[in-house]
Design a protein around this ligand. Structure first.
Ligand SMILES: C[S@@+](CC[C@H](N)C(=O)[O-])C[C@H]1O[C@@H](n2cnc3c(N)ncnc32)[C@H](O)[C@@H]1O
Length: 442
């Protein structure tokens, strides 16, 4: 993002020694005058020329790209993707870093957030400090896990699909995304033009051959006749109300996890890494250890992933209540779990639905909120239900740490914490905290 003010420092260059990794895919450095820089495309310990990309004289910190490396870290590699680098595609943050070191960086960020926002050391959080790769993602040097089963391409004025540059509306033209799953790459979105379109989202389901393309026309744009080499369903986003409508084929894709098939309608949430749903279900079940006859809540339940897994385990005498705000996802969840009689799905926001249900206690709770986390009020009302264990699935370690602090104030502490690298090459990381009530004599 260019800063146009008179005091803009965009374009200025500083030679700096690079400090630690910070949350967001950059490292911290200071200029000789003491200005704080968030520098991308570098690693801790490097000496680089950092060119300012955002900020002015009055900014608390400046954003910058390392445009020249003077002293390289031993953990630096040549980025396997030619579209990665200063000013290019903004999708990946760590292409230039060895995969094991990427995971170490993510671990450093989690540790820093836990300490700063929750006052927890790794030991106190029940975490061994590691970030586990997804099964199959440990590859020979130079090879990149092709994990993105959902890719949103932006389309330029000529109808060419590309990927957005970092913090920008500008588009980097690409002929292939290195981290796109094979099912997405095979659709060849980059190989044809998309006149009058603003974005094209490609989805390749896991465990079924379903492929889907969701088109968003540019303002006033008309839908093109879409003919791809592969069988694919096509949907379009209505620019007036944001609704997603079927053009041809199915209005959903079928995903598989934990031995069940889940229908996911357009725009509905499903984990992007093909192993993620299985990895998380397994870890949540290991952490909660559901018992026959227990009553569980699956909050922010999407299309019912954890509700389905828990319901199978608590059996006919148990019960599961799922809560989800998206109407479409609720329809899918009810359809997906229709064989499980003791599952009920309620539509609405967690903080509004829970009081309405009249539920005053639960044995187990899973919550998997969006990036912002659950927040103080919701955490308090969950703690009041007295669950013997709570599984908190988090895609943002900062939000997790904030909510862990609220849980601690409400009498829950982490029993274990695990972290998974379900977004290789990017700064994103998934965490799972299993919480339990603090005992009186603790
Ligand atoms: C990270 S997704 C998790 C979905 C599901 N647990 C899964 O793994 O597939 C978060 C979900 O929460 C829903 N959501 C967002 N805000 C919500 C709220 N305040 N109350 C209930 N659901 C919400 C979103 O629609 C989305 O489906």
């Amino acid at each position: 993002m260019q800063n146009a003010s008179d005091s803009s420092l965009v374009g200025d260059e500083y030679e700096v020694e690079v400090g630690p990794v910070a949350h967001g895919g950059h490292c911290i450095a200071r200029t000789e005058e003491g200005r704080v820089l968030f520098v991308r495309h570098t690693l801790p310990g490097e000496r680089v020329i950092a060119k300012v990309t955002e900020g002015d004289e009055d900014s608390r910190f400046l954003r910058a790209d390392a445009v020249r490396v003077i002293e390289a870290s031993k953990d630096r590699v040549e980025a396997p993707c030619p579209f990665s680098g200063p000013g290019k595609c903004g999708g990946c943050d760590w292409q230039h870093v060895k995969p094991g070191t990427q995971r170490r960086f993510k671990g450093d960020v989690i540790a820093e957030q836990l300490l700063r926002l929750a006052g927890l050391t790794p030991e106190e959080a029940g975490w061994d400090g590691t970030v586990a790769p997804a099964p199959g993602d440990k590859l020979p040097p130079g090879e990149v896990p092709a994990w993105r089963t959902r890719v949103q391409y932006a389309v330029d004025a000529e109808g060419q699909a590309g990927l957005r540059r970092h913090r920008s509306h500008e588009i980097e033209p690409v002929d292939h995304c290195a981290i796109a799953a094979p099912g997405v790459s095979e659709l060849g979105i980059e190989k044809r033009t998309w006149p009058q379109m603003a974005t094209v989202e490609a989805i390749a389901a896991t465990g079924s051959s379903d492929r889907q393309v969701i088109l968003t026309p540019a303002p006033g744009g008309r839908l093109p006749l879409v003919e791809l080499d592969k069988p694919v369903s096509v949907l379009r986003v209505d620019e007036r109300d944001g609704g997603v409508h079927r053009v041809h084929g199915r209005a959903f894709v079928r995903e598989r996890a934990d031995g069940r098939t889940y229908r996911v309608g357009a725009g509905g949430f499903w984990q992007v890494h093909p192993q993620a749903a299985d990895v998380l279900v397994k870890a949540v079940m290991q952490g909660l250890m559901p018992r026959k006859g227990e009553m569980a809540l699956d909050l922010y339940c999407g299309v019912g992933l954890f509700a389905g897994a828990i319901a199978e385990r608590v059996g006919d005498r148990g019960a599961v209540l799922g809560v989800e705000s998206s109407k479409r996802a609720v329809e899918d969840a009810r359809h997906n779990l229709r064989d499980l009689e003791r599952v009920r799905i309620e539509q609405g926001k967690v903080d509004q639905v829970l009081p309405r249900t009249g539920i005053t206690e639960a044995d187990l709770i899973v919550l998997d909120p969006p990036r912002a986390g659950a927040g103080k009020q919701t955490v308090r009302s969950l703690a009041a239900l007295g669950a013997r264990r709570i599984a908190y699935v988090a895609c943002d370690p900062a939000a997790l740490a904030r909510d862990l602090k609220y849980f601690s104030e409400a009498g829950y502490r982490p029993r274990t914490l695990r972290a998974f690298d379900l977004f290789p090459m990017t700064h994103h990381v998934e965490c799972l905290a299993i919480l339990e009530p603090v005992k009186k004599d603790d």
